[in-house]
Design a protein around this ligand. Structure first.
Ligand code: SF4
Length: 562
């Protein structure tokens, strides 16, 4: 029967740019065990129109449908599988992934579930599939060896313009009680030589980004450093590729810092799970972290300014009150990361926290993704307020627009929970969350919101700097009036024919034509990171049409006023 077998591997991703690593592993194993079967890879997103997706999938010649189930595609798959089964009741449906068992319980029929890593399923699974007598359940032996499932063709087809996911190790050495990765046991590391070989093959296709899905990439420091060194050395062959890692900030050593310091800006991105800085909370969720060491290391990474830093906090963990959550937010904000994600706790069936949910008074949504609704320490209304605060943080903080403004808030030691609570209320009253978050709207909102601050004039100037630094040309009405033409004319007449580091006599005309000039207080320029040794209260900034640094800001030069 294998000659005529057509197996559809169907990925339903969150976004178009995502891809589904698990299904590539399934294809690899199917090709190994059933070499004559045809596998067809299909990729959709949860935002795709439903009926056309169903039509594309439900082709009658299909021998079996395979899906990988996650909390983000659970609802879409629930609907899709129900109708697919109505249309093709005789065709087996096979589910894998962390939510496969949960989805099956919710369905009105019994698809086959492969529970665990596909490499660990018994050979009888493939025989049963070939013979058309699949059972309901197949358990997999954990800890099986695995290798990269990608083929050369994938990069110009299924993976074209998408994130490439890669795992150099599987499993996590930690046991956070809310995480499904803590349910499996042990860590399996790939052979380093093999890893290098596989990465070389991937890099040949010059992908935009490779996301390492290793749950704690630097759990083994020596190994992490060896892979980092290899990737950095490969940079010349694939200069447009960046690499994303989930790392534990407490597990860095001097050798790692020395290496990381020399990296070009933007080559690496680190995602760092802090979750909470409340010790009682961390203990309750079985999370091991030396907070002091983690903070010191994150500060060092921030100061290096060449790695994009994303920090995660979880809202709704046991023992976290508004006050302790606010402390976590303030602690994390003070470290100066580029991105702070405030995610709601998801009480996932199968995790320890789910088993202890009554003890912690956790009320969670009944359906995936099982977001927290209230806890013993945060009633629903309070949790809701913190959620909107998180949306506000996402809109204003997690972009490249207001770096100087947030430096200012750090410098005046602003209580960031209070700041964002108030800003969130202000935004709610103005219907902000229903509008498109353009840089102009965000700037206008901040100017209005901070108008009652004692430092309002300085803030307005800081926001003007940020506007120009982020590449905006004509400032919005809320930042007017500005006299950029006056600044240019003044400098044109007062600067010598040649200024070292700015222009030669021949370049002078072109420099004045391309750059934008504006006068700022020295205080603003210092907040923006310019090291000015001048007793003058003001200086000029020239914003050049060249992007620079990690956040692709305009290259900016300060010209001291005589
Ligand atoms: S949250 Fe991260 S560190 Fe904790 S068990 Fe899960 S993957 Fe490991």
């Amino acid at each position: 029967m294998t000659e005529s077998m057509i197996i559809q591997l169907i990925a339903v991703n969150c976004r178009y740019s995502h891809s589904c690593l698990a299904l590539f592993y399934v294809r690899q194993q199917l090709e190994r065990h059933l070499p004559k079967a045809q596998t067809r890879f299909r990729q959709f997103t949860i935002n795709d129109p439903y009926y056309p997706t169903l039509l594309r999938i439900s082709t009658p010649e299909t021998t079996a449908f395979f899906f990988s189930v996650y909390i983000w595609n659970h609802a879409y798959l629930h609907r899709l599988l129900t109708d697919l089964h109505q249309l093709r009741p005789q065709t087996p449906i096979v589910l894998g992934g962390p939510q496969a068992l949960v989805l099956r319980e919710a369905l009105n029929f019994q698809p086959t579930v492969v529970d665990g890593e596909i490499e660990g399923v018994k050979a009888s699974f493939y025989t049963d599939l070939r013979e058309g007598r699949l059972q309901i359940d197949y358990q997999c032996t954990p800890g099986s060896s695995f290798r990269s499932p990608y083929k050369r063709d994938d990069f110009c087809r299924q993976l074209k313009n998408r994130n490439i996911y890669y795992e150099s190790s599987r499993g996590c050495p930690f046991s956070c009680s809310y995480c499904l990765s803590s349910v499996g046991r042990g860590v399996v590391n790939r052979d380093l030589q093999e890893t290098r070989k596989e990465l070389t093959a991937i890099l040949r296709h010059q992908p935009q980004i490779i996301r390492f899905v290793d749950r704690t990439f630097n759990a083994d420091g020596g190994r992490a450093l060896a892979i980092w060194r290899f990737l950095s050395a490969s940079h010349a062959e694939s200069p447009a590729t960046s690499f994303h890692f989930e790392i534990a900030p407490g597990l860095f050593n001097e050798e790692m810092f020395e290496f990381l310091e020399g990296l070009p800006a933007g080559l690496f991105q680190f995602e760092i799970g802090i979750q909470s800085t409340n010790n009682e909370t961390l203990k309750a969720v079985n999370r091991v972290m030396d907070l002091k060491k983690a903070s010191t290391n994150i500060r060092r990474l921030t100061a290096m300014a060449n790695i994009h830093l994303h920090i995660d906090l979880i809202l709704g963990l046991p023992h976290d009150t508004r006050q302790t959550f606010g402390r976590s937010l303030n602690d994390v904000f003070a470290l100066g990361p580029h991105y702070i994600q405030m995610g709601l706790l998801k009480v996932l069936p199968g995790t320890t926290i789910h088993r202890r949910r009554r003890q912690f008074g956790l009320m969670a949504a009944a359906l995936p993704p099982y977001e927290i609704l209230a806890t013993k320490w945060l009633e629903d209304k309070e949790l809701g307020r913190l959620f909107w605060l998180g949306e506000c943080l996402e809109a204003f903080h997690n972009n490249r627009f207001f770096t100087t403004f947030f430096n200012y808030l750090r410098q005046i030691d602003e209580d960031i929970l209070f700041f964002f609570s108030e800003l969130s209320d202000f935004c709610q009253k103005r219907g902000f969350f229903q509008l498109a978050n353009t840089q102009a709207l965000l700037t206008e909102t901040l100017v209005e919101f901070t108008a009652r601050y004692p430092g309002a004039a300085l803030i307005r100037e800081v926001l003007l700097y940020d506007w120009l630094h982020a590449g905006g040309r004509r400032p919005p009405p809320c930042l007017q009036p500005v006299d950029m033409k006056g600044a240019r004319d003044y400098l044109w007449h007062h600067l010598p024919d040649e200024v070292e580091g700015l222009f030669t006599q021949r370049q002078r005309h072109a420099f004045f034509k391309k750059a934008i000039f504006q006068r700022f207080s020295v205080e603003t320029l210092k907040l923006a990171g310019h090291n000015i040794k001048s007793s003058q209260p003001e200086a000029y900034a020239a914003f050049l049409p060249v992007t620079t640094g990690l956040l692709k800001h305009q290259e900016t030069r300060v010209i001291l006023k005589e």
